[in-house]
Design a protein around this ligand. Sequence first.
Ligand code: ADP
Ligand code: ZN
Length: 741
Amino acid sequence: MTPAVARIITDLTLDREFDYRIPEALRGQVEIGRTVRVPFGRRRARGFVTGLAEESDYPDLKDIEAVVEGPALFDKTMLKLARWMADYYAAPFESAIAAILPAAVRREGARFKRQLAARIAEGAEPTGVDEAVLAKRSPKQAAAWARLKELGECTAAALGEETGVSLAGLRSLAKKGWIALEPGVVRRNPHGHVAVLPTTAPPLMEEQTTALEAVRREMDEENPGVVLLHGVTGSGKTEVYLAAIQAALDAGKGAIALVPEIALTPQTMERFRGRFGETVAVLHSHLSDGERHDEWRRIAAGEARVVVGARSALFAPVRPLGLVAVDEEHEPAYKQDEAPRYNARDVAVMRGKMEGCAVVLGSATPSLESYRNAREGKYRLAVLTRRVDRRTMPEVRVVDMRIESEKEGGARLLSKDLIEAVRLRLSQGEQTMLFLNRRGYATTVMCPACGHVETCEHCSVKMTYHKNTDLMLCHVCGEVRRTPARCGNPKCGAPNIKMSGVGTQRVEAAVRRMFPQARVQRMDSDTTGAKHSHAEILGRFRRGDIDILVGTQMIAKGLDFPNVTLVGVILADLSLQMPDFRAAERTFQLLTQVAGRAGRGDVPGEVLVQTYTPFHPAVQSSRHADYATFFDQEIEMRQVMRYPPCERLTTVLFKGRDEAAVNACAKEFAERLARDLPEDVRLKGPAPAPLEKAKGYYRVQFMLLGRTTARYVPALRRMTKAFKLPRGVSIAVNVDALSLM
Ligand code: ADP
Ligand code: ZN
């Protein structure tokens, strides 16, 4: 029997599905994943079909009004994944549906771009006589005809541009029956027309081969599992993904490769396109809506089998799916910061399970979560211990800034050792990267007379002084203020405002002063605002037009410059001092990644880490890229503190402009929830979040910690559905929160 009832999730935020009757006329067209129009109260709504049934428990169903043209946007597996996300991340179901479908595909009227196109008409076999006549009477039409014979098909616009033929001219050719003129699909191509040279796969090194075998073994399993690929930077992890993707293609399946947004450089794309050509589709945030729509549809149609993209590319409609690779799996960028607050790495594992496809997670510094899973045998572990071509790992030297500042009689930005090392590179024509994870010039603008510090009016943070603009900037909300000549405290007003604390601009200034002959460039989000400046700076660096590149974490990740032989970390302590339980983990990751930038070519690299806490485990372990030691020490801490991954953390944040209302709401929510929680779940707070106020909104949060999220998420989800938030207060549930910030 054909189903008579459809279950619909509307695009209204109700976190509920509704049943509708399928009118006779529409039966057969209504299927899972199709977009429909339905009456809703006195309005109409758009929705997606999430279920079909023969009857409904509800009486008096309304009829579906229309089925929107276009393909089904998801299948049963993706629907199941969306349901799982909503449940697991305690998020409204429609937000999970929105997450799996790009807006460019989901929105009303999303379609291919059509343009008038000309093609040789079927059966058109004009004789030579006609052509000769045409050439005399209308040379432009003749030129267009000749060109079209070469191309077979071409848009009218392009033909006009090339041959000067007018639309009337083309119409006249169409009238003769030589060509057909009708709207055709024009693919919006995000690769532009950049040709990429095809590459062939290199023979794999021994460790790579073993790793590939581990992945292939999972691919062959009936219920494929997860491989954690732990490989030092430059050990050839990407080459393993490429080989595994090839294996998926050979098996008649497709693959998805996720990379952090910041690593989606033209370089990365070229590697995939070079190996797999036109079957590669990209999905990331810099595409236009049109490009994203077309790429998505190309994947859905099976024309593109390999998808490379950031977080949301995980939901690409690759079918059948043979492999998901998640590069830099530890990256916080995989966590979405709006509902559903999913971690693409974890959802990848779940999608793999549901689709029956293998998943490979790769990193030089795996998350404690993944490494623990590997230790416990839940994931298969593959290791790459050596750099390709036996290049040596760079030597890491820790510079104790306490001793340095004692010797030099005060704190210096650049230690003697670092200055010497840079000088040596300059003299040898080699390149240097200097790294500091904070932009701006000075991080504190203070009156030395009364201690008044310039803070943002809307956020609970200090203003940062930017020298290039001579303005103060709030790094949370972007508020810009004039730098005061006198103290802003009305009772003080003293002159001589003091700037302290370092940012990349100050490092840049110091380097320019110290090495006036060097070509210095800074790269952080202040210098890369314009669309292509990021790529432009990296291009100049690659060509050797820059001697010293100063930057934030932007320069720390995934970049491969053979001529960089020195990396300096200006202050390792910055990330260690973050008020967060992952501070050590993040520091270790950062130092290891940064160190990985040095010595990618023939000359061995050197890394200098300046720090005031030289004996911190995160600093010490990074000296030898000694992940296992770091893991053992850190996991013990987490065990004692009962923090992730030993227990699962969820934060629930309340935001609003009215401080009292936010506090009261958080308190009531937490109290009511607490009654519904099992005893072994800890609820801590509510208390002001570390960032107490941002963009004018007060932020109060509580934490939940339990052995598994299943211990408390169901209760939490019930509460979020039942609790009526007061006007002006919003809630953000973050299951498996990565930090307490
Ligand atoms: P990772 O992803 O671990 O940082 P890559 O896969 O980018 O490492 O490899 C580092 C460099 O070594 C790249 O330039 C890559 O082309 C090269 N490479 C990787 N594997 C091989 C191999 N088996 N033979 C030759 N070159 C390789
Ligand atoms: Zn602000």
